[in-house]
Design a protein around this ligand. Structure first.
Ligand code: DC
Length: 214
């Protein structure tokens, strides 16, 4: 029982992984890192600096300057920030710049929960508990549309966003979004958030029992 108890929660946009990660963190008393927020911050801060999101060097410079204390900005939660995040996340230099911060978080001796796209594959490949949370594009679009109620955006536009994000985040070889071979798939399409959280708890309990005995 040497490695810390890391829970890796990966999956596509609006799959419920963020809520599940937060609830798992509360249930086990573990700190939680929403890694999407790092990419959102890089996207928004790059735009604010007047950078072109396709400019890998400029985006990587923003990523290298990022600190955990800068993540509180409500603009990082907007639809535009999600789109900007997905665009800067395709750059290997941006991913490399954010690697150390995420791996340091995952190395905390007391354990941790991280949610994102590549936690179980790249950031914490030895995590004792790995979940890959998904749902149909239509269900995810509906959830995101409700979250964005204040932005006055149509459901069809949110569905188009989700499909574009899926293609950019996961639709090619070596794309960041990929289910780790040893991750447990949790499809939340037909579940309430309570049911999804309960299912996630059962997966983590099984992983924890294996980890305690290892
Ligand atoms: O989970 P989210 O919607 O906040 O993520 C925003 C974008 O950031 C997502 O479209 C892809 C990118 N991302 C990533 O590439 N790797 C992560 N670990 C987390 C997010």
């Amino acid at each position: 029982m040497t490695a810390p108890f890391v829970i890796a929660v990966d999956g596509p946009a609006a799959s419920g992984k963020g809520t599940i990660a937060t609830r798992l963190g509360a249930a086990y008393g573990l700190p939680v890192l929403d890694t999407g927020l790092l990419y959102r911050a890089v996207g928004v801060l790059a735009l604010r600096a007047g950078a072109d999101l396709d400019d890998e060097a400029a985006a990587a410079a923003v990523a290298r300057g990022l600190s955990a204390g800068l993540l509180d900005d409500p603009e990082f939660r907007t639809r535009g920030a999600g789109e900007a995040a997905s665009r800067v996340a395709v750059h290997p230099a941006v991913r490399a710049a954010l690697l150390e911060m995420q791996q340091a978080f995952a190395a905390q001796a007391g354990g941790s929960v991280l949610d994102g796209r590549d936690i179980g594959t790249v950031i914490a490949p030895h995590a004792p508990a790995k979940l890959y949370v998904t749902a149909s594009p239509q269900v995810r679009a509906e959830r995101r549309w409700k979250q964005l109620a204040g932005e006055g955006v149509a459901y069809d536009e949110v569905l188009a966003d989700i499909r574009r994000r899926d293609a950019r985040d996961g639709g090619r070889e070596n794309a960041p979004m990929r289910q780790a071979d040893d991750a447990v798939l949790l499809d939340t399409s037909e579940m309430t958030i309570e049911q999804a959280t309960d299912a996630a708890r059962r997966i983590v309990e099984a992983a924890r029992a294996r980890w305690v005995n290892s």
